[in-house]
Design a protein around this ligand. Structure first.
Ligand code: ADP
Length: 188
């Protein structure tokens, strides 16, 4: 199964993605994780950090090679869960191109939606508890704004393809997961 998971920062995407990869036994392709894993001492890592640390998106020309390299690996031949990717319409178009060449179709695009005020309070709470470099008031606002302007249009791109499944993220995590599973089952 090929699944794209889209949701704003703070929606609970990370939690649901780990449950989903376990339930479906498919590889988890998280561009956020892959970008954070680039060595901060390397030239590439420094460039990546200069974007991530201030809440901006890493440039497409850096993200795409990381994704295509991962997709070439053996475990990704039958499907994967794209988490945090594509995040721009350009990335979505590049992914379409890559998949069309291989005669692969995205089965479903999960959109986990949560109201803006709830997101903000969740992210501020997480900032207190964790020590993620991009979780402070300034970068949180930047990431929400980047989502609104650059990633929300990706949803329109997939709505036009007719494969979006809307999930209400403002519920307990177990309920959210149930909704995801029942939504996926209805599509089978
Ligand atoms: P969150 O969903 O909380 O924003 P992620 O781990 O998905 O967390 O992403 C963290 C940061 O990594 C983003 O703010 C962005 O800077 C960078 N990033 C992740 N995925 C992409 C992508 N597909 N394109 C560009 N930048 C990305």
């Amino acid at each position: 199964m090929w699944i794209v998971f889209i949701g704003p920062p703070g929606a609970g995407k990370g939690t649901q993605c780990s449950r989903l990869v376990e339930a479906l036994r498919i590889p988890h392709l998280s561009t956020g994780d892959m970008l954070r894993d680039t060595n901060r001492d390397s030239a590439l890592g420094k460039v990546v950090a200069s974007y991530i640390d201030v809440g901006r998106l890493a440039p497409d020309y850096l993200v795409m090679p990381i994704v295509t390299k991962r997709l070439a690996e053996r475990d990704c031949q039958l499907g994967c869960l794209f988490d945090g990717f594509p995040r721009t319409v350009h990335q979505a178009e590049q992914l379409d191109e890559f998949l069309v060449e291989r005669e692969i179709r995205i089965d479903v695009v999960l959109h986990l939606h949560v109201a803006a005020d709830v997101l903000l309070s969740r992210l501020l709470k997480r900032a207190e508890l964790q020590n993620r470099k991009d979780d402070n008031q300034e970068t949180i606002s930047a990431r929400l704004e980047v989502y609104r302007t650059q990633t929300a249009p990706v949803l329109q791109h997939y709505h036009d393809q007719g494969n979006v499944l809307e999930i209400d993220g403002d519920q307990p995590a177990d309920r959210v997961f149930e909704d995801i599973l029942s939504g996926l089952n209805r599509r089978k």
